[in-house]
Design a protein around this ligand. Structure first.
Ligand code: EPS
Length: 388
C-alpha cells in the first residue's frame, strides 16, 4: 500500500490517492469522515477549523460499500477557497492584476525561507500553502482507510496526548485500548488525567492570549498486532524504523520514542528488556512491555507504544524577528492565522500515520489483492505463532 497527497491549504481541495488496498474490504465515506472530524477538534485550534467542515468524497476505488482493488481517491474540499479564489486560482493573472497576500518575511521555524530558496519562490506564499499542516487532513484520509483494514483483522489503533507545555498526563498502563480511546475522546485535550487536562487548557489559553504557541507529546497505542511483522534482515524492513520515519514526517514533529524510549539509556539491561512467557491461551507474550512492542525491528505481539514530540507551531501572532527578502532589512515575520496548540489534533494525525505504516506492513507480509484471502492468511499465521 502507498499513497500520495496533493493540495494547497487555501486551494480548491485536498486529494489523496491510495494504491494497493485489496478488494472486498467494506468501506464507507462515514468511516473516513469520523477521522477527519476528530482531526479538526481539540482545545487550542484556530479559526480555520470553524470555517471548515472536513468531509470526504470518495471519487474512485469503492463501489456499493466495498473496495474494488483499484486506486482509491479521496477529495476533501476547502470551504475557505471561496475567499481565496483570486489569490489561489490556477489561471494566469491579467497583466495589470496585482498578486495579493504575498509573503516576503519568512516565519522562523517554518518552511518559508528554505522552501522559497529551494523552489525559487520569492513569494513565499507558494511554500506556505503546501507546507501548512492542512495537508494532514489528506493523510488522515489514507490512515482512515488503513484503520478500516486493520480493524477487520482485529488490530486497533488509538492516539492521545501525554504532555502539553511540560504538563504531563499520567496514564494507567493497565488501561486497554478501548478505555484509552474512550477517555481521550471525551477530553478537550485528548488526555486521561483530568487535573493535568485542566492545567493544559489554562496553558493553551495563556499562550493564545500572549500570541504564542505551545507543543507537546502525542502517543499512539496499537493492540492486536501479530508478532514478527517487519524484519531484522535488512535495515529498511525494520518496522519500528519505518514508523519512526513516518511519525517524523508529520508537520512540526521533532522526535520519536518507542516504549521507554530515551529512558532506556538510563537503566540497566535487566530493567529494560521484557521477559518471555508462554501460555496455551496467549501463546508467547512478555511480562512487561518496556520496549513498546518491538524487538529486532519486528513486532513482539505486545501493544505498540510510540510517542511523538511536536514543537510549538511556528506561526505566531507575536512574530519573531526575520528578514524581508526584498530589502534584506530586519522585520517581524509575517503573521498568519494559526492554532495556539495543535497537539490534540496531532495525536489524531499520528494515530492515522502509524495505522497506515502497519497496514502497509501487513499487506507486504500477506500479499493478496482479495481481502478475504488476506484475512485467512493472517488468521493462519496467528495460529502458527501461538504454537511455534
Ligand atoms: C490547518 C489549517 C491551517 C492552519 C493550521 C492547520 O489553516 P489556515 O492557515 O487557513 O489557518 O490553521 O496550520 C498551521 C498553522 C501551520 O503552521 O501549518 C489544518 O487544517 O489543520
Amino acid at each position: 500500500m502507498r499513497y500520495l497527497t496533493a493540495g494547497e491549504s487555501h486551494g480548491k481541495q485536498l486529494t489523496t490517492i491510495i494504491e494497493g488496498v485489496p478488494s472486498h474490504l467494506p468501506l464507507v465515506a462515514d468511516q473516513i469522515n469520523e477521522s477527519l472530524i476528530r482531526r479538526q477538534g481539540g482545545h487550542g485550534r484556530g479559526r480555520r477549523m470553524q470555517i471548515e467542515k472536513d468531509l470526504v468524497e470518495i471519487t474512485s476505488g469503492v463501489r456499493h460499500g466495498y473496495t474494488l482493488g483499484s486506486p482509491i481517491s479521496l477529495v476533501v474540499h476547502n470551504d475557505d477557497f471561496k475567499h481565496w479564489r483570486d489569490i489561489m486560482g490556477d489561471a494566469p493573472l491579467a497583466d495589470d492584476a496585482e498578486v495579493r497576500r504575498t509573503i516576503s518575511r519568512p516565519r522562523p521555524g517554518h518552511a518559508d525561507l528554505n522552501g522559497g530558496l529551494k523552489y525559487g519562490h520569492r513569494d513565499m506564499r507558494n511554500v506556505l500553502e503546501r507546507s501548512s499542516a492542512r495537508e494532514t487532513a489528506a493523510r488522515v484520509g489514507a490512515g482512515a482507510v488503513a484503520k478500516v483494514l486493520l480493524r477487520e483483522l482485529g488490530i486497533e489503533v488509538a492516539g492521545y496526548v501525554r504532555e502539553i507545555a511540560g504538563i504531563v498526563s499520567e496514564v494507567d498502563e493497565t488501561l486497554s485500548l478501548k478505555e484509552r480511546a474512550a477517555i481521550s475522546e471525551a477530553s478537550p485535550v485528548r488526555t486521561f488525567d483530568e487535573q493535568a487536562a485542566g492545567k493544559m487548557m489554562e496553558a493553551i489559553d495563556q499562550a493564545k492570549k500572549e500570541g504564542d504557541s505551545i507543543g507537546g507529546v502525542a502517543e499512539v497505542y496499537v493492540e492486536g498486532m501479530p508478532p514478527g511483522l517487519g524484519s531484522y534482515v535488512h535495515y529498511d524492513r525494520k518496522l519500528d524504523g519505518r514508523i519512526a520515519g513516518s511519525v517524523m514526517s508529520i508537520n512540526a514533529f521533532k522526535g520519536v520514542e518507542f516504549g521507554l524510549g530515551f529512558e532506556a539509556a538510563r537503566r540497566n539491561g535487566s530493567e529494560v528488556h521484557d521477559e518471555i512467557l508462554w501460555s496455551e491461551e496467549r501463546g508467547y507474550y512478555r511480562r512487561t512491555n518496556r520496549l513498546g512492542g518491538f524487538e529486532g525491528g519486528m513486532t513482539t505481539g505486545m501493544p505498540i507504544v510510540v510517542k511523538g514530540v511536536m514543537k510549538p507551531i511556528p506561526t505566531l501572532y507575536k512574530p519573531l524577528q526575520s528578514v524581508d527578502i526584498e530589502t534584506k532589512e530586519p522585520f517581524q515575520a509575517s503573521i498568519e492565522r494559526s492554532d495556539s496548540c495543535a497537539v490534540p489534533a496531532a495525536s489524531v494525525v499520528m494515530e492515522h500515520i502509524v495505522a497506515f505504516e502497519i497496514a502497509k506492513a501487513i499487506t507486504e507480509e500477506f500479499p493478496s489483492d482479495y481481502f478475504p484471502r488476506l484475512k485467512r492468511a493472517v488468521d493462519d499465521y496467528r495460529k502458527e505463532a501461538r504454537s511455534f
